[in-house]
Design a binder for this molecule. Structure first.
Ligand SMILES: NC(=O)c1ccc[n+]([C@@H]2O[C@H](COP(=O)([O-])OP(=O)(O)OC[C@H]3O[C@@H](n4cnc5c(N)ncnc54)[C@H](O)[C@@H]3O)[C@@H](O)[C@H]2O)c1
Length: 364
């Protein structure tokens, strides 16, 4: 069984295919989606080693120029240095404009390979095959690519849409538990963006992801990507509506940065969502009942104890220097109700400090 979502962008519409054990049809999917036949696979080394059983279906015989480029993944490989290495390799192996880069890995590989593809010979085809839950529900779709520079995360990048996204939940069989929790962070975010039904389903079923329940995983991935692609098709470059995807992220990015990126993105998002709900409450945007209801999911996952070691003033100053706050004002994305999200909300520093304090207390 395979589910399909078409991201209906004006210029670059593309398909997302979601299923369990669908990678075995990779050759025909590439064919049907008309990608170029000179292929470079940029792959997470761990996935390359652990998933040989799945990867065997990608056969070099089908393609004129075919190479595999494994990378040892950590956040620091999202750099100019790696971009130069991959571009040099592409030239050495004589890849021209009719090239397809297939990114197989989590968000690090996706962001890097996306950036590499977007600027090599002014853009070659890109296929995303996410292998972490976070990349399956979020980063593989939407076209944001990026590398880190000058200690700033994702400060260099492009909007560059893939030609195809293939989500095969079989890759998750080797994923560590903490990475499931990290992916859950973004799924939780999506559950506030659209309707009550998804929020209730997620609250009742999220524990099943740790048992690799394929039905639940596919439903959560499908719903999250459907919400994301509907938003992206209306606002590809984050000029307006797409900002709602940053619910909880103003806090989350500051927590991540303060930890020197030692805490995982999804854990920071869960904690950032919590802080954003407290801020909404303090600003009178939501009442007590809504606050407790929205907090129930992040509180039950309980990953915010890292906040004990963080200083409020430091968090505040990181938020002020965020690339989205070009005028020095911190802008928050806050919930009014499920499906109604406010963007560019400004709050007094005392309220921001107090939202962080309340979050810290919740996760003590
Ligand atoms: N472009 C976007 O829209 C967007 C959105 C959110 C996050 N991001 C970026 O995504 C990155 C984080 O991505 P991530 O959370 O997927 O982390 P990641 O790519 O670092 O992967 C996490 C860990 O899981 C391992 N791994 C990957 N797949 C595996 C598998 N199937 N089995 C076993 N181990 C596996 C990796 O080797 C790594 O150790 C960050 O750089 C963040 O900036 C981008």
């Amino acid at each position: 069984m395979q589910n399909k979502i078409t991201v209906k962008l004006k210029d670059n519409a593309y398909n997302i295919l979601i299923g369990n054990s669908i990678f075995k049809n990779i050759t025909s999917y590439l064919e049907k989606n008309s990608v170029y036949k000179n292929i470079l696979v940029i792959i997470d080394e761990v996935v390359f080693k652990k998933q040989k059983n799945i990867l065997k279906y990608l056969s070099p015989k089908e393609y004129s120029n075919f190479n595999i480029y494994p990378l040892k993944v950590n956040e620091s490989i999202k750099s100019y240095k790696t971009v130069i290495k991959v571009h040099s390799y592409l030239l050495e192996k004589k890849y021209s404009r009719d090239t397809t880069i297939i990114a197989i890995g989590g968000g690090v590989i996706g962001d890097l390979a996306g950036f590499v593809s977007s600027i090599y010979m002014r853009g070659v085809h890109l296929v995303n095959i996410p292998t972490t839950l976070l990349s399956m529900v979020d980063s593989a779709v939407g076209g944001k690519t990026g590398i880190n520079f000058n200690n700033k995360k994702n400060i260099i990048g492009t909007f560059y849409q893939p030609k195809l996204v293939l989500v095969d939940t079989e890759f998750l069989t080797t994923l560590p538990k903490a990475e499931f929790t990290s992916g859950l962070g973004e799924i939780i975010k999506y559950s506030y963006l659209y309707d009550e039904k998804f929020f209730v389903y997620l609250s009742n079923n999220y524990k099943k992801i740790y048992k690799n329940n394929s039905t639940v995983l596919q439903k959560l991935i499908y719903n999250s990507l459907l919400i994301k692609s509907n938003i992206v098709k209306q606002d590809e470059k984050e000029e307006s509506l797409r900002k709602i995807l940053n619910l909880g992220h103003t806090f989350a990015h500051a927590f991540e940065s303060n930890s020197k990126f030692k805490i995982k993105h999804g854990m920071a998002v869960i904690t950032g969502l919590t802080a954003s709900f407290y801020l909404s409450h303090q600003l009178g945007i939501i009442n007590d009942n809504s606050l407790y209801k929205y907090l129930s999911l992040p509180a039950s996952i309980n990953v915010g104890s890292f906040l004990n070691k963080m200083d409020n003033r430091k968090i505040y100053s990181i938020m002020r220097s965020d690339k989205k706050n070009y005028d020095g004002k911190i802008k928050f994305v806050l919930i009014k109700e499920i499906g109604e999200i406010l963007v560019d909300v400004i709050a007094k520093p005392s309220l921001i400090y107090s939202a962080i304090d309340k979050t810290r207390k919740l996760y003590l």
